[in-house]
Design a protein around this ligand. Structure first.
Ligand code: GTP
Length: 413
């Protein structure tokens, strides 16, 4: 049972009191977060210069956190130096290894991952300040129903962009891996050409975990990709469950891909997610599918007019493209660039990123607060009995919740 600081308890207590919904029980234990923050100070004091960037420089950022930090061992320091040096040097193997580190469930490695991440964040901040405070990479989320043509589209756009000198990374968020451990997205060979391109980096979804856990690691993987010099980060997800909302909360632009099919196939597309779309792309706009594609485009254009606008500077549009003929693909990218430029110019993109940091932080708190609540000895002891009485109707859910929260707020035995 990890030590839970009183503040953490208060947060968990107050979240529960305000009926904020938590994800279901999670195997992701994040107990090392605070310890690893503390450890940053130690890492900062490890003065090795990697790729011309001295660790010393960040010490002012982290010294306030560092006084109780236990030391990193020599091998740990060497591992982190190697990963960081390789990562900012743009080595794909170091990037892949760093993402594996942030995906780990191993408590100590999780701490190391946070140390690395903090360093990469500091490096990225330096780059952004050199870039006039503007983000160094453009993050685009792409979602759509199974078979919408997402991976084919990403392959074609990705190749076009690397051909123009960009470095493109593709991260996948697979909701099925969170529930079943299986995969909606990973079982077939995807983006074969792009995966051979040295300017591209493709990373499948973590194999398992809660959506909260996958969201955290994807957010962290984005930071690592940007540190490794990828100026375009594409995050792909299937429009199933809540994963598309999670992805919309971690990108600069959210794009919905819709196949030119009618009726049932489109019913799975949630109205809520259409509201979040900055751009809708009707895919497979070629051959026999051209006519239905035009019809779907017209239908969605009318539907979008009825929705509330998300931005003062951007009106979501519906465009058509074919990944087979490439027709419309450069135009789709041009729209994405116009969006980025407009949102950067008015500062909304930067504002969106700031808000996302908070969403990300709160989703971590929710996940961990619930975990601490469930692991509390008093709660564990009272839970089976109270659950039984609630299901039998002997006591109200409200009273049971109050009793459990009371157990949680009393000191551990
Ligand atoms: N005619 C036509 N077919 C396409 C086009 N793009 C993709 N397809 C076909 O649509 C099918 C699904 O394409 P994918 O790219 O695998 O779709 P996806 O959305 O990634 O699918 P999931 O991985 O199941 O979510 C494949 O058989 C593709 O060949 C296109 O531009 N035109």
């Amino acid at each position: 049972m990890p030590h839970i600081c009183p503040n953490m308890r208060r947060v968990g207590f107050s979240l529960l009191r305000h009926h904020i919904s938590f994800p279901p029980s999670s195997p992701t234990v994040h107990s090392g977060t605070r310890a690893c923050c503390l450890r940053l100070g130690v890492f900062a004091r490890h003065r090795s210069s990697v790729a011309g960037h001295s660790w010393q420089r960040e010490s002012h950022v982290t010294s306030a956190l560092g006084s109780h930090a236990p030391d990193l061992t020599g091998p740990e320091q060497r591992l982190l130096s190697k990963l960081y040096g390789g990562l900012i040097g743009g080595q794909r193997a170091s990037l892949a290894e760093s993402i594996t580190l942030v995906e780990t469930q191993h408590a100590r490695k999780k701490e190391l991952a946070q140390v690395l991440l903090q360093r990469v964040l500091a490096y990225r901040r330096e780059q952004e300040s050199r870039n006039g405070g503007k983000p160094v990479a453009f993050r685009v989320g792409l979602s759509g129903p199974p078979g919408a043509g997402k991976s084919t589209f990403i392959e074609v756009v990705g190749k076009m962009l690397t051909g123009r000198g960009h470095k493109v990374s593709v991260l996948a968020v697979d909701p099925s891996s969170c529930t079943t451990g299986g995969s909606l997205m990973g079982d077939k060979t995807r983006m074969t050409e792009l995966s051979r391109d040295m300017s591209a980096f493709i990373r499948p979804s973590p194999a398992s975990g809660t959506l909260g856990g996958v969201t955290r690691t994807t957010n962290e993987a984005i930071v690592l990709c940007e540190g490794a010099g990828y100026d375009i980060v594409l995050v792909e997800t299937v429009g199933v469950g809540q994963s598309e909302f999670a992805v919309a909360d971690m990108v600069d632009m959210f794009v919905l891909l819709i196949p030119p099919a009618g009726g049932d196939e489109l019913q799975g597309i949630k109205r809520g997610i259409i509201e979040r779309a900055d751009l809708v792309v009707v895919t497979k706009s070629d051959g026999d599918l051209l006519v239905p594609a035009r019809r779907i485009q017209a239908e969605y254009t009318s539907a979008l007019k009825l929705l509330r606008r998300q931005s003062k500077s951007w009106n979501p549009e519906v465009v058509r493209a074919s990944s087979h003929t490439s027709e419309g693909v450069p135009e789709v990218w041009a729209k994405m660039e116009s969006y980025r430029d407009a949102m950067l110019a008015c500062g909304e993109l930067q504002g969106r990123r700031r808000a996302q940091q908070k969403v990300w932080m709160w989703s971590l708190i929710q996940e961990n607060a619930l975990l601490h609540f469930q692991n509390h000895p008093g709660v564990r002891e009272a839970l089976p009995h109270l659950e039984e009485r609630v299901t039998k109707g002997a006591i109200s859910p409200g009273l049971a919740a109050d009793l459990l929260l009371k157990a949680f707020s009393s000191p551990s035995p």
